[in-house]
Design a protein around this ligand. Sequence first.
Ligand SMILES: [Zn+2]
Length: 177
Amino acid sequence: MAFVFVHLIIGWLFGRGYEVISGTDIGYYGWLFLLAGAVLPDIDLLADWIFGWCAHRKFTHSLLFAGLMIGLSYFILKIINYSNLLEIENQMMLAVILCVGISIHILTDTAYGIGVPLLWPSKWYVSLFKGINYAPVIGGLTGEMDYMKTIIKRIVFDMGLGALWFFYLLLTNKIVF
Ligand SMILES: [Zn+2]
């Protein structure tokens, strides 16, 4: 399981790479949607936590979710624009960027643990290292003690990465207080 900073940093590297190669600027909202997409699939952990659903790495880690979110975010952006709450242009572009962020997250998760159910509601999980498995056990927040110890180590690693990233951005004046 990769955690929030791993996903944010991979999304950020992807965005920076795109900007450098294409010579364009993703822009403020572009970054917002890319990074939001990069963490959005793990919102299912909240359902695990709050409702005890064992929902982790199901619907939100599928191509169906990525596709539906293009339509949903486009619809929401249109409403925001029509109601004059905010003036956000290029709604379709932003919806696609959100989908790209979600896809980066899902692809990253294929390299962690048991993989992802790309074709959910099909129960086949695709993993880079463990191949394709049918309905594997997903730890989520309901795993055994040993599993939890491994998870805690990964969370600490994730926090370290997050702190390094934060200080890098601070030192390069990309975050100003
Ligand atoms: Zn995930």
